[in-house]
Design a protein. Structure first.
Length: 384
């Protein structure tokens, strides 16, 4: 006949203080010939509650998925995802998520009752509770955010009613000791967050930080990959494109020509007497000749054209949308410029060359063989 109210259960188990989570199971049983209700109370550890919360939202997966997309509005999307998931579990909790910069703090997404914020900028000079947390480098728990005032910092109210207290729990998201962002959770009422909820928020924050670390590692891998890709693209000595890059590029370009037609000309060149220059003036001078040759070629072709170091002293000039007659005019301008270069070096700098063209009907391999054949015919005739 006794009603077990929440208050009575607290008196029974906790003498009226603290917080206890219980699972309760009741069954109808026979006891001494009478019908009775058997109720079993089992304590649920706080970490099990936190684990249950986390299992329902899987924020780490959300964070990594959003951050790896590297979209401009990724912080906003992450904040919105956190807010939506938190509200499913704790519908009376409000959330801010922000990014920390050297001169400002940006609330990427925030909502407290009717106040909604997106990309809201706080200057570091504004002495509010968020900048206090960032400047001090520590998490902040305030039983009533409206009463916060410390070390010259004071809550800046952006239009929220102060009739009812608002509990605030701000957490810094740190990666390798550096604060990258923050999470802030709020609920109406004085000191209204339980220890389990605070532990849940901290674990959530740690998952977001791990998401940032994974994102950083992937970004670093991409940067390293791009760095080595750039190194593979260019010849270290001359700055010309590498043969490896050309081989990748020409496959795509050849497919383009098959679809839309057009002509691309190749000019294969070979520096005359480079071995004699190295033997007479030294390899450093020979290297300088190659660098100046590439610079001179680059000065006399379009930005859409390219010069490729095809071999030791062989270079390939690629001229898209150019027929062989126009290619001949290009090479004549380059040969004329080389005469000035010869005067600077004090010895003749020249090359032999062969021109061929790639089209829908002719493969790049056939065009390269033709250009190479013409080059050696010129070289063996002693012309340049």
């Amino acid at each position: 006949d006794e009603v077990f109210t929440r208050e009575k259960l607290q008196r029974i188990f906790l003498n009226g203080s603290g917080m206890l989570y219980l699972s309760v199971k009741s069954s109808l049983v026979e006891y001494i010939g009478k019908r009775a209700v058997l109720t079993i109370f089992r304590e649920i550890p706080e970490k099990a509650i936190v684990g249950e919360y986390l299992g329902k939202i899987d924020m780490l997966r959300h964070a990594i998925d959003i951050l790896l997309r590297e979209e401009i509005d990724a912080p906003y999307k992450l904040g919105k995802a956190i807010y939506d998931n938190i509200r499913k579990l704790l519908p009376d909790v409000w959330v801010y998520i922000g990014t920390i910069y050297s001169d400002k703090v940006v609330i990427d997404f925030g909502r407290v009752e009717s106040l909604v914020m997106k990309n809201y900028i706080l200057n570091r000079s504004e002495k509010g509770i968020i900048t206090y947390m960032v400047d001090k480098g520590e998490d902040v728990y305030v039983a009533d955010v409206f009463s916060f005032e410390k070390d010259g910092y004071k809550t800046i109210n952006l239009g929220i009613s102060e009739e009812v207290p608002l509990t605030y729990y701000g957490l810094l998201v740190k990666v390798k000791g550096k604060a990258r962002g923050f999470l802030a959770f709020m609920r109406r009422g004085y000191d209204s967050f339980t220890d389990v909820e605070k532990e849940f928020f901290r674990t959530l924050r740690d998952q977001i930080a791990l998401g940032f670390r994974v994102s950083d590692m992937v970004s670093k891998i991409h940067e390293e990959k791009e760095k080595y890709h750039q190194l593979a693209m260019k010849d270290a000595l001359t700055g010309a494109y590498s043969r490896h890059f050309f081989n990748e590029w020409i496959e795509k370009h050849e497919q383009l020509l098959r679809r839309r037609g057009g002509t691309t000309s190749f000019i294969m060149i070979d520096v005359d007497n480079l071995k004699a220059i190295n033997d007479t003036y030294g390899h450093l001078t020979g290297d300088e000749v190659l660098r100046e040759l590439v610079r001179t070629i680059s000065d006399h072709i379009r930005s859409m054209d390219m010069v490729v170091r095809y071999g030791g002293d062989e270079f390939l000039i690629v001229l898209p949308d150019t027929d062989e007659d126009k290619a001949e005019r290009v090479i004549n301008r380059i040969r004329k410029a080389l005469r000035e270069l010869s005067e600077e070096f004090g010895f003749e700098v020249s090359f032999s060359y062969g021109i061929s063209s790639l089209s829908r009907e002719k493969s790049h391999m056939k065009a390269l063989r033709e250009a190479d054949s013409k080059l050696y015919k010129m070289k063996f005739k002693g012309a340049s």
